[in-house]
Design a protein around this ligand. Structure first.
Ligand code: AMP
Ligand code: MG
Length: 421
């Protein structure tokens, strides 16, 4: 028996169980950042910027007023008081969008609206509400500070400054900045295409009759939604039977659709009909199998037809958690996204966890703030078939593999799952 288990499957001895870090490192070595493409400005929202963007002008381009008021010379108002008011002559009105042809000389002021360029000679703006007007004269009873209510040219961004770094996931404010620097078109990374194939004779399509012994295909949809949320394009390939021929045919069909990553779910365990590993080994190569984590131990990774294939476990929670750790990292790498890690918080585990087995546990929890600290409550029994525990969860508490138990109150890191949709 040269490492072959029953049914000719690759045996466990050939594939040492990897830590999460080892598996991640081995897997990521197979991915590169994809090529850029050009999209219209608004379509860049949620995409990953593939270029460094610089300001083409000063922003604001001209020094302008932050208030509706009187543009004046601050020095004119020195010593102004109720007893000794200063009177300035209003020599012009200026709306936003126009440059004044009239100068502000000593003893004069120009009425000016928010956003209008500061007229030459003026160096401060006194808001209307702080002044008293009498026909063509404005009366000032307090000194006005130099630069009061003046927004300097370039105070937001200087011409030539790097405003958006490549690798950033574009948010609404970034779209605004792109507009400000005159970008109608933006270079973003192409979205990776991710094939998704469910396996299992018991698995039926969502709208098919649910015959005896059957369950609905939830994995393809939760995984496809994760692909979308991460920025990829899911390519749904349906369900393969637990049979080498059918699985091989469906994988080949998927490969014909030019995908960057292939995901399967189910069929990677040690059951009699777990054929994904077999097909992967026969048609391509398997790099690793099994990771020291729970849920999600039976994870297979390799390449087939030159495309990286991640064989996710079949249990609905395992499929999602394994996606979260491995497929998400691969997609982010293909997108060239920087700082894509999930935010995490430290929280006190309200419920204790039983003794463990040397695997890192990813525990579905609901994190809430209480008295200025975070508390993490289990969302239910941690059976990996219970999708409802994911539905209730807003985070995955990470119980390190070295811990033999996690008594109530233990401080744990929680990877927060919210925020990308
Ligand atoms: P497997 O990894 O193939 O042994 O599957 C483990 C468990 O996950 C079994 O109870 C399967 O019925 C279930 N399962 C497998 N594939 C899916 C799927 N696509 N949707 C929902 N449950 C699934
Ligand atoms: Mg199965």
């Amino acid at each position: 028996m040269s490492g072959r288990g029953r049914q000719g499957q690759p045996g466990t001895d050939l594939y040492p169980m990897l830590s999460v870090e080892e598996a991640t490192e081995q897997l990521l070595a197979y991915f590169q950042t994809l090529e850029p493409e050009t999209v219209p400005l608004l379509e860049s929202l949620g995409r990953v910027l593939a270029e460094d963007v610089y300001a083409d002008v000063d922003i604001p381009p001209l020094s302008n007023t932050a208030m509706d008021g009187y543009a004046l010379r601050a020095a004119d108002t020195a010593g102004a008081s109720g007893a000794a008011p200063v009177a300035l002559h209003i020599v012009a009105d200026l709306a936003a969008g126009y440059v004044s042809e009239v100068l502000v000389v000593p003893g004069t002021a120009i009425r000016i609206m928010t956003g209008a360029p500061i007229p030459e000679g003026a160096d401060a703006v006194l808001p209307f509400e702080d002044a008293e007007r009498n026909g063509k004269v404005v009366r000032i009873v307090r000194p006005v500070q130099l630069k009061a209510n003046v927004r300097d040219a370039g105070e937001d961004v200087h011409k030539g400054e790097l405003v958006l770094h490549r690798g950033r996931r574009i948010r609404p404010q970034d779209v605004g900045m792109l507009a400000t620097v005159g970008r109608k078109q933006v270079q973003v990374t192409r979205r990776p295409r991710v094939a998704i194939l469910a396996t299992g004779d018991e698995v039926v399509e969502v709208d098919a009759p649910l015959g005896p012994g059957k369950i609905r295909n939830s994995n393809s949809y939760s995984n496809a939604a994760q692909v979308l949320a991460t920025g990829g394009v899911p390519v749904l390939l349906g369900i393969a039977h637990d049979q080498v021929e059918d699985l091989t045919a469906k994988i080949r069909q998927g490969l014909a659709q030019k995908v960057d990553l292939f995901l399967t779910s189910g069929g990677v365990s040690v059951g009699d009909f777990d054929v994904v590993k077999q097909v992967l080994a026969a048609e391509g190569e398997m790099t690793f199998w099994r990771v020291r984590m729970k849920p999600g131990k039976p994870l297979a990774f390799g390449r087939i037809g030159g495309v990286p294939l991640l064989g996710l476990p079949g249990n609905p929670v395992s499929a999602m958690v394994s996606f979260e750790l491995f497929a998400r990292a691969a997609i982010l790498k293909m997108l060239g996204q920087r700082n894509g890690e999930r935010p995490s918080v430290e929280a006190a585990l309200v419920d204790g966890m039983k003794s463990k087995d040397g695997r890192r546990h990813f525990v579905r929890v609901r994190v809430e703030e209480k008295d200025g600290a975070y508390q993490a409550r289990l969302t239910g029994d941690q059976g990996s078939g219970r999708l409802s525990t994911m539905v209730e969860a807003n985070g995955l508490a990470i119980i390190p593999e070295e811990w033999s138990s996690a008594p109530p109150g233990s401080k744990v890191r929680v990877m927060m799952l919210e925020g990308d949709l």
